[in-house]
Every structure is written in C-alpha cells, then in structure tokens.
Design a protein around this ligand. Structure first.
Ligand code: IPM
Ligand code: MN
Length: 370
C-alpha cells in the first residue's frame, strides 16, 4: 500500500495538480476577449509552473438561438465541479424571449444556479489610465462586494405587472446578508487597507433611513462586524456613497451592499478607473466561482479587434487567486500594470486600445516574461 499523501497545512488549500477550468466564450466581443485571456493564461501557467485543462461550454444568446436554451441542461453540474470558470460577456439585443426580455443573459441562471453569493469587483486606477475624476494611479484601489443572489434582482422575471402598473420586491435575508458581509470582512483582512490611510475598513452601503430591507442589511452588518474588531467599519447611505466614490475614492477599502446598489455603484466606480473595459469581476460562492468582465458583449464592435481585453484578463487574475494560484494572479496584475506604464498598451479616451485587442494581449504576454 502506498503511504497516504501528506495533509495540507490547515487554512491553506493546496492547489490541484492540474487546474480544471471551464470556459464560456459568450457572445459579441466575448470570444475575442476570452481568446486574449487564454493566451495570457498559457504564458502565466508556464511561468508559474502549473498545468490546466480547458473545457468549453457554449452558453448565452448564440446558444439560445441554436439550441433553444441559454445554458445547456447539465452545465451547472459541470461548472460546479470545475476549479473555476472563465466567462466572456453574453447577450445579443435581437435574441429575446416572447415577453421582450433578453434571452441570452446568464446572470440569473448562473448566480442563482451556482449560488455565487458575492460579486467581487475590484476598482483600481492603474498607471497610464485616465479616469473620470482628478485622481492618480494608486489613489483608487477598493473592492465593491455586491450581494449577488437576492436584493431587488431576486424579482428578476417574477414581478407583478399589468399593462398599467408593475411592482418588483426587494428581498433581504439574514442568512444572505451574513454570508456576503462575512466575505467582505475576510477580504479586508487579506488586503492592506484604504489607499489614503492604510486602514482596513469595510463600508456598509444602504438606504436604511428609508427602507426596512436595508435596515435589516445594516443590522446584520453590525452584528457580523463584532467578530472583526481589527477592521474599521463605516456606514454610508447609497446616495452619499455615490457622491463619495467620486469625491474621495482614496478613502475606501472594501464596500458591501445589496445587489441593485452594487450593480449601479460598481459602474460608477468603473468610470473613475478608466471605464468598464478595466474592470474584471469574480462571482463566488461556497462551491463554485466564475470570473467575467463587468461590461456587456458590445455586438456593434464584435469581431473587429477593437475591444479592450483587460477586463477579461483581470477577471482571469481573480480566477487564479480563487483557484489557489494567487502568485499567478499577481503576475498577471503586475504584467498589466507594467504594460500600461511602459507604453506597451495605449488606450483612447473612451478606453479602447489604440492599436487593437491583439496588441494589448501581446503587450501583457511580453510583460509577463520580463
Ligand atoms: C452586471 C450586469 C448584469 C446585472 C446584467 C447584464 C443582467 O449589468 O453583471 O452588472 O445586472 O447583474
Ligand atoms: Mn451591471
């Protein structure tokens, strides 16, 4: 009998020998962005010394059009079994359900189906990038943790409507709030604090002055916070948070909020760090995770090599962190930064790569090796 393998050190999951990754190329600019991220993956895996296997799952608007469903029947099980999923943007405006809603979107199917309760959206203003405010690189570096399975979007497809009136409900639960708030505090412990003062801080964003659901969110936040005396807490109403994310973004470290607020405020944050093309994200739950750009599939520029692949490449970095390869995630982030500051990547005022998608991919791959 061969000896039992050594136990991994407690608290540090040992990375799998071969990473089992699933790829969803998506619609519009999705396939070209994912292709770019896979080139970066190939390079970083060689440098970081790991191997991986890729499985492609076709899902989204194209899949709905050809197979009659946006997500194949057994897909959730396959995605759950993987070490991580890299997803491109999905959706095509002309592919719709009979009720007029878009048929190719996967947010509801994947976030609820995989129970990925936290949507992690880092906002970092990188060197060589012009944001919409007067801040410089390094001054904006915070993470929006968006609750991802309840809140206003639990009403997706379930609201009550007549031709003259419509209503959607905003659901906040104790269990759902506890787990996402805990995630935010644990994340703050791993970071080095806000850019302005280096203080580890979690900001609770809500409208508890107006709505009961948000009052519960805040109460649960305060209860969870008691277990993290080493992390500073802050409360902001969502309107004030929108103001402060523009006026004093350097003071934020981690922010946690309900689904709809997180959707809106993360786009606001994106504008301050050079646009949605700079923003990757990770949807994470207890037994599944998938990384995706924060933006949509931009079918108007698809297939022309015009899109900025950094959102997808930075999503890959988040996925590598999650899949027990944080050194590889760091390598990717450092390569993006050095390609930007060294002039290898040039972005237009609209955040598009001046020399095209392929030039950005090449610059990141080049920076990885140097
Ligand atoms: C996002 C997107 C999705 C959302 C849309 C496409 C359904 O805007 O991930 O932020 O609202 O969650
Ligand atoms: Mn959004």
């Amino acid at each position: 009998m061969s000896p039992a393998p050594p136990e991994p050190a407690s608290g540090t999951p040992s990375p799998p020998d071969v990473l089992d990754l699933v790829v969803i190329p998506g619609d519009g600019i999705g396939p070209e962005l994912v292709d770019s991220a896979l080139q970066v993956l190939e390079r970083v895996a060689a440098l970081d010394g790991f191997t991986y296997e890729l499985t492609t799952v076709d899902a989204g608007a194209g899949a709905y059009r050809s197979a009659g469903r946006a997500l194949p029947e057994d897909a959730l099980e396959r995605l759950r079994a993987a070490d991580g999923v890299l997803k491109g943007p999905v959706g095509l405006p002309e592919v719709r359900h009979p009720d007029g809603t878009e048929a190719g979107l996967l947010g509801g199917l994947l976030r609820l189906g995989l129970d990925t309760f936290a949507n992690v959206r880092p906002m970092r203003l990188l060197p060589g990038v012009t944001g919409a405010t007067r801040h410089g690189p390094g001054e904006i570096d915070y993470v929006v943790v968006r609750e991802n399975t309840e809140g206003l979007y639990l009403s997706r497809g379930a609201g009550a409507a007549t031709p003259h009136a419509a209503a959607d409900q905003l659901m906040v639960t104790r269990v759902g709030t506890e787990r996402v708030v805990r995630y935010a505090f644990d994340l703050a412990r791993k970071r080095s604090g806000a850019a302005a003062d280096g203080v580890r801080r979690v900001t609770c964003v809500d409208k508890s002055n107006v709505l009961r659901s948000y009052a519960l969110f805040r109460r649960v936040f305060d209860e969870v916070a008691e277990a993290y005396p080493d992390v500073e807490t802050e409360h902001l109403y969502a309107d004030a948070a929108a103001h402060d994310l523009v006026a004093r973004p350097q003071c934020f470290d981690v922010l946690v909020m309900e689904n709809f607020l997180g959707d809106v405020l993360s786009d606001l944050g994106a504008a301050t760090v050079g646009g949605l093309g700079m923003c990757g994200s990770l949807n994470v739950g207890a037994d599944a995770a998938y990384a995706e750009p924060v933006h949509g599939s931009a079918p108007d520029i698809a297939g022309q090599g015009l899109a900025n692949p950094l959102s997808q490449i930075l999503s890959l970095a988040l996925l590598l962190d999650h899949a027990s390869r944080p050194s590889a995630g760091d390598r990717v982030r450092r390569a993006v930064e050095s390609a930007l500051s060294g002039g290898g990547i040039e972005l237009s005022d609209r955040g598009r790569p001046v020399r095209g998608t392929g030039s950005v991919t090449a610059a990141v791959c080049e920076a990885l090796s140097t």
